[in-house]
Design a protein around this ligand. Structure first.
Ligand SMILES: [Cu+2]
Length: 120
């Protein structure tokens, strides 16, 4: 009997962290451009998935979406933000007023795209 432990889930997360760590973004303070998240929805697959992204209170977060389906983007922030997605490219912006962890979800796909770690 083969038991699947957490291992196979952890490895891609580590690989993602390494990729994200390649640039200098980690050292740089937030710029005026804010945070930009590029999301692709294709054939039911969502990229990125469960990514951790740093942001600051009041910072503009831009989500650019390239989708082949309808969906609904839902940001579990204060204030809450939702955005209707249609096939094609589109973008939406929001800012978060309360520090903490903020999930960015696709309700139709049932996926968490990213979690924002919002600093005060
Ligand atoms: Cu939601």
């Amino acid at each position: 009997m083969i038991r699947r432990l957490a291992g196979p889930v952890v490895i891609p997360a580590v690989a993602l962290a390494l990729v994200a760590g390649c640039g200098r973004e980690n050292d740089a303070p937030a710029t005026n451009d804010g945070v930009v998240i590029d999301v692709v929805i294709e054939g039911g697959t969502v990229t990125p998935s469960d990514e951790r992204i740093d942001a600051a209170v009041g910072e503009t977060v831009t989500v650019r979406i390239d989708s082949d389906a309808d969906d609904e983007l839902h940001v579990h922030a204060v204030p809450e933000h939702s955005f209707e997605i249609h096939p094609g490219t589109q973008e939406t912006q929001f800012a978060v007023d309360v520090p903490g962890q903020v999930a960015i979800e696709l309700h139709d796909a049932g996926k968490t795209v990213a979690t924002l770690l919002v600093r005060p």
